[in-house]
Design a protein around this ligand. Sequence first.
Ligand code: BTN
Length: 263
Amino acid sequence: MLKGNIDRLDAEKISDFLNDNNIKPLVYDVIDSTNLELKRRIQSGDTEYRLIAADKQTMGRGRLGRSFESPERTGIYMSLLLIPDDMDNVLLITSAAAVAVCRAIRKLTDAEPVIKWVNDIYLNGRKICGILAEGTPDKNGKLNIILGIGINVFGDHATFSGEVRDIAGSIYGLEDVEKINRNELVAAVADEFAAIYNNIGSRKFLDDYKRFSMVIGKSVRYCDNGIWYEAEAVDIDGNGGLIVESGGGIRTLSTGEITLRLI
Ligand code: BTN
């Protein structure tokens, strides 16, 4: 049961917590999807707000055409606008975001979230965060990237629907709503991401990606084009790809349409 008050997300409060003054936040109480809202703005030429967050989404979007349950105020739903100069490091963006989320949560709480390749964040065996990067051209045809991050901050997994209930979790239970300030968490994720993104070509963040990985050294099953394979996950390559070994052969899974399960 919910004990205490959960503050609303608030653009001014997020700004106060942000170190990076270039990030201007905009907050909605309710929106269909922060990724969709940013896409509409990019396409209409309005790139004033580099961070859009919402207390609730009615059409939260997930990977592989899935939806992302986004109940009111118990999570944070945020999208960052990125305008890359070149396409060299675009494939690294979701891995960088996964590291940024882990660093932010580790900084503000005692929790030690881990990364399930490629971009899901887990805590105590449950998924607490999903990341969805989408590309869209701006008015002049230049590719912009919308980096969407959804974190279940407070909650009871029993309140999620259907199959999500078996997988989803939260950082804290509903009795612990005083333990973290969501405005501070939004700012910390944005700042941690900006710190990595400003130097993304160095790939230094991949050290933490490996350190936080819950997959390396484990037996996995992965589905590629409808076929399931079994392998050992052995390493992460310089592009965030997962190196797997099976029957003496090595293969690198790239950040595409692959579904991965731990055995
Ligand atoms: C996944 O786990 O499949 C990715 C989920 C990404 C959810 C976030 S919430 C904020 C942003 N807006 C969306 O509609 N989706 C992303």
